[in-house]
Ligand binder design. Structure first.
Ligand code: XMP
Ligand code: MG
Length: 194
């Protein structure tokens, strides 16, 4: 199967395309300009949440024209596939010390907010000078704890979305566009949440 065919096959599993790669990159360019202004002179540490935020981190930092550092953390939340318990485990910790640093969490999507609430607390307890959140997507309709991204790319409806880093069962991360996954793709299993 050629590259063209592979992309077409992935696209066929989408109910609708919500945002094209061009639209996503245009939005990220704006966010990068805003963050450049906000973090000038602060030498921020950008913390990407693996694996969903990899594409967003990559495109965002290229639009920030100030000195900064990047690091990654991998976390997993306990619970069933449909319900998160809010108990989070760190699978891969940061390499950098956050003590005294201006930290910007870079996340793919805020859903219930449980993961981010936990991560923010961890970073605050480690003595970060400031902790803010940049999320490419926000699904406010599913929130279980009061937490809002300080910087948000797009607000999305209560549907399971994939592409541009977001996966279903580790697939579709490489889709350049973002869309709603067809229900028949996961029919029989629970509604996916990660
Ligand atoms: P919480 O609920 O703690 O979790 O805010 C956020 C994490 O859940 C995943 N998630 C999704 N992944 N499409 C995805 O591919 C979605 O629509 C979706 N909603 C939530 C994601 O890993 C995020 O970091
Ligand atoms: Mg994630």
């Amino acid at each position: 199967m050629g590259p063209q065919e592979n992309e077409e096959k992935l696209m066929k599993d989408l109910e609708t395309v919500l945002y094209t790669e061009e639209q996503i990159l245009a939005r990220i360019r704006n966010m990068g300009e805003q963050l450049t202004a906000e973090y000038r002179g602060k030498f921020p540490l950008l913390v990407g949440v693996l694996k969903g935020a990899v594409m967003f981190m990559s495109d965002l930092v290229k639009r920030m024209t100030i000195p900064l550092e990047i690091d990654f953390i991998a976390i997993s939340s306990y619970g069933t596939s449909t319900r998160s318990s809010g108990v989070v485990r760190i699978l891969k910790d940061l390499d950098r010390d956050v003590d005294g640093r201006h930290v910007l969490i870079v996340e793919d999507i805020v859903d219930t907010g449980l993961t981010l609430a936990y991560l923010r607390d961890v970073l605050v307890r480690r003595n970060a000078a400031s902790v803010r959140i940049a999320a490419l997507f926000d699904k406010p309709g599913r929130r279980q704890v009061p937490i809002e991204p300080d910087y948000c790319g797009f607000t999305v409806p209560n549907a399971f979305i994939v592409g541009y880093g977001l996966d279903y069962a580790e697939r579709y991360r490489n889709l350049p566009d973002v869309g709603i996954l067809k229900e028949n793709v996961y029919r029989g299993s629970d509604t996916p949440r990660t």
